[in-house]
Design a protein around this ligand. Structure first.
Ligand SMILES: Nc1ncnc2c1ncn2[C@@H]1O[C@H](COP(=O)(O)OP(=O)(O)OP(=O)(O)O)[C@@H](O)[C@H]1O
Ligand SMILES: [Mg+2]
Length: 259
């Protein structure tokens, strides 16, 4: 525990389809491309991060479901290498959904993930990135309790700021009661399309949302970002020269310099 600022990063937003998993995979990939050792943790029962990093869900016998509910299953025991150098993954299966229900009656249920981030494991990685499900339930709460920093992807195609305000409120409660270390690293504009008025408007209203940092990096809409997961690699490997890869490298630099 007590890692450096931004060593353990949760990617959270209870709104679905805003680019959480994409951010987790590609920020992880970009940090790895910079030479950091990175672990991505899939805390969403949908398993999109697991699949997007090239792991066959049918091959996952033990994953985050077992880690979250069984005190005898260390996080290290489920970690796999991915096809990408310096990028490991703690995979999940749909069983994580039942595990979340089971967790509800457990003592210290908000601490289950934090308890698994033992010093031995933390020391192996310079960054640990946690992908959250699109809910504000116990899994997201566990991620926020385990993290030093949270990144909130926000779709700039829709007015979704109401949801962000609710999330920021929960983060504040977590900071006060459970994890004073937690810092909001920033809101990350995603699906940006500069050709639309709404996209530009949304960027402006994000900047008006209060005193929270907005990343300088903006993730634009890009076909390649949607394609890379089907190859099981981050965009920095799928097409290192693409604008999308460059954007995630920029984001990784912002994140790494926040430490
Ligand atoms: N910048 C982008 N340009 C184009 N497609 C994108 C972009 N970002 C994400 N996508 C695609 O949009 C879909 C939703 O993105 P993603 O899975 O990252 O969102 P999410 O917030 O993790 O969703 P969920 O809430 O279901 O977990 C995916 O198919 C992804 O490949
Ligand atoms: Mg997702």
């Amino acid at each position: 525990m007590g890692g450096a600022l931004g060593q353990v990063i949760a990617i959270a937003n209870q709104k679905g389809g805003v680019g959480k998993t994409t951010t987790a995979i590609n920020l992880g990939g970009a940090l790895a491309a910079m030479g950091h050792r990175v672990l991505c943790i899939d805390l969403d029962p949908q398993g999109n991060l697991t699949v997007g990093l090239g792991i066959d869900l049918n091959s996952v016998e033990r994953g985050m479901a077992q880690v979250m509910i069984d005190p005898d299953v260390p996080l290290a025991s489920v970690i796999r290498q991915t096809k990408t150098k310096d990028l490991d993954v703690a995979p999940t299966t749909i069983e994580l959904s039942a595990a979340e229900v089971e967790l509800m009656t457990a003592i210290g249920r908000e601490m289950a993930l934090r308890d698994k981030l033992v010093p031995d494991l933390i020391e192996r990685y310079s960054h640990i990135v946690i992908d959250c499900p699109p809910t504000l339930g116990l899994l997201t709460l566990n991620a926020l309790v385990a993290a030093d920093g949270v990144i909130i992807p926000v779709q700039t195609q829709y007015y979704a700021l109401k949801g962000v305000a609710a999330l920021l409120k929960i983060i504040k409660t977590v900071q006060t009661r459970l994890n004073p270390r937690l810092a909001v690293l920033g809101l990350l504009p995603t699906f940006y399309d500069s050709r639309t008025i709404l996209g530009r408007d949304m960027l402006d209203s994000l900047r008006d949302l209060g005193d929270h940092q907005i990343f300088r990096t903006v993730i634009r809409q890009s076909v390649k970002i949607g394609e890379a997961p089907t190859a099981g690699v981050p965009i920095t490997v799928y097409d290192a020269r693409s604008d999308a890869a460059k954007s995630f490298m920029d984001l990784a630099k912002e994140v790494a310099s926040a430490r």
